[in-house]
Design a protein around this ligand. Structure first.
Ligand code: PMV
Length: 329
């Protein structure tokens, strides 16, 4: 039994194969375009939310550190939505922990806001559908809406709060893909995605990228459903390159790649030309996700570790949906 007012949820990070970049509505985090992703089973956030009369304002503890300021307000904004939905007026204690190394350069906002949405809704006594939870998570971090459902996931962009949510297109066991994340920097990124999204429209390439998205989504969805790695690799790399072309031509320009990022890009293309089913995709940072089929994962991981500038490699397979777990006593 979950104690009244308190709940714990766990949620996976996700990697986008067709990327979200730019908002049509920044307040509601409605995306400029649809996207497709895979949950990452070994990269998870655990979050406990406790609504209690003992507090006068919300508190946030992340990986053992108390946070205030902008990070706390972003969490409080989501809690405020939940309080309004549940008609409650209590502040909450939020304790959150990522199982992946802090400062590894792996984005944690998707798993964080997905786990927060589920834990907060349950702690407030709300019973929300997966769709409603996905919408709620989206308001904290766009990509978090994709961590609510399990496996391979599509986010329909929508034009309103109620029409923008993610859903599974295939369960985790549909395709044994492995994401080998090559860590090339542990530094905090200079421009985070929230401010990055607002620069997208300053690139003359963004309109063309957005207009072409339904085509890329269709190709990616078909390739995933058919487990056609060749078609999948081509569209995943093209989509990542397209997003980085927008980033690099924004004002100010965002150049996330480091020399080691490019060394991995070249290596991956070489390995594929030699017959290994492998491709890369890069988010708003220098670390690079190398996707392959399970049969090649061990060799890909070992070969990545040999590339100068690669500090570490984390691996993950398709993960399940966000779920509630028993609250710690
Ligand atoms: O959810 P946000 O605001 O952190 O944006 C995520 C943006 C990318 O990671 C670059 C792409 C994506 O679709 O995940």
């Amino acid at each position: 039994m979950m104690s009244i007012g308190k709940a714990t949820a766990v949620s996976c990070a996700n990697i986008a194969f067709i990327k979200y970049w730019g908002n049509s509505n920044p307040q509601l985090r409605l995306p400029a375009n649809g996207s497709i992703s895979m949950n990452l089973d070994r990269l998870v956030t655990h979050t406990t939310v406790h609504f209690t009369p003992d507090l006068r304002s919300d508190t946030l503890n992340l990986n053992g550190r108390t946070l205030i300021g902008a990070q706390l307000s972003r969490v409080s904004d989501l809690l405020e939505r939940v309080r309004r939905m549940a008609s409650i007026d209590l502040s909450a204690e939020v304790v959150s922990e990522n199982n992946f190394p802090t400062g590894s350069g792996i984005a944690s906002s998707a798993s964080a806001f997905s786990a927060l949405a589920l834990a907060a809704a349950a702690a407030a006594g709300l019973t929300l559908s997966e769709q409603e939870l996905s919408m709620l998570a989206r308001t904290g971090s766009g990509s978090a809406c994709r961590s609510v459902p399990g496996g391979f996931v599509e986010w329909k962009p929508g034009t309103t709060h109620l029409s923008s949510y993610a859903f599974s297109i295939a369960p985790p066991d549909h395709w044994e893909l492995v994401d080998c994340v090559a860590i090339v920097s542990r530094e905090h990124k200079v421009t985070g995605s929230t401010s990055g999204h607002s620069l997208a429209d300053t690139s003359p390439l963004q309109a063309a990228r957005v207009e072409d998205t339904p085509r890329r989504i269709e190709i990616c969805r078909r390739a995933l459903l058919a487990r056609d790695f060749e078609a999948f690799a081509a569209i995943v790399e093209a989509d990542s390159n397209l997003m980085h072309a927008v980033m690099q031509t924004s004002t100010p320009a965002l150049l996330y790649w480091l020399p080691a990022t490019m060394a991995v890009m070249h290596a991956v293309q070489r390995w594929r030309a030699l017959g290994t089913p492998v491709c890369y995709t890069i988010d708003a940072g220098p670390n690079i996700h190398v996707i392959c089929e399970a049969g090649s994962a061990e060799r890909v991981e070992a070969d990545l570790r040999k590339i100068p500038g690669v500090i570490d490699v984390l691996t993950a397979q398709p993960g399940g949906p966000a779920r509630l777990v028993r609250s710690p006593a």
